[in-house]
Design a protein around this ligand. Sequence first.
Ligand code: ADP
Length: 193
Amino acid sequence: MKYRTILLFGAPGCGKGTQGKILGSIPHFYHCACGDVFRNLTIDSKIGQVFIKHSSRGELVPDRTTIDLWRQSIESNTRIGRFHPDQDTLVLDGIPRTVHQAEMLKTTLEVVGIFYLRTTDQNNLIKRLQRRALKENRLDDANLEIIRTRLLTYEKETKPVLQYYGRKLVHHIDADQSPVKVLSDILRHTLKA
Ligand code: ADP
């Protein structure tokens, strides 16, 4: 059985996590942020070290490592009864992040909608990330050069994922609006899906 899935898509700092957390608090929605799965690793584990090495440079973790870890996480959350694949819609945030990852998840996900959170102003994104660096103690948000690398990585490696799934599934959301307006736009489409 494939997981019924909606994807939150967009550049680092566009608000995917904020929206994902809200959606995940609604019954029958389960939010999974790939970055959180990585951040929950212990720092001295082998994968934890791989994560630190790549994320601290603004790069993506290799696809095989990412998908294996993500599968383990989703399966253990199913076992402990947090995620119910037969009833819940999976809200994915930060995965798939390359076309190769999307390919690897082809037989696992039934993607029913993609919410593409777009901002017109890159400086706005940078400001949000820098604010988050202090609030959430995130190393990869602290340094302007790393932020720029992440934005470039997004353009080069992640944006093509949109074409992979095709235009029909993609809903464009204006992410410069207030969080509640963004949520309302997402919900309007979700109710139809
Ligand atoms: P943001 O969306 O703000 O960049 P995330 O928390 O989603 O933040 O990701 C933080 C870092 O974790 C990324 O820069 C990357 O190194 C790693 N990461 C998260 N998700 C993936 C993924 N699907 N594939 C590879 N690396 C990932």
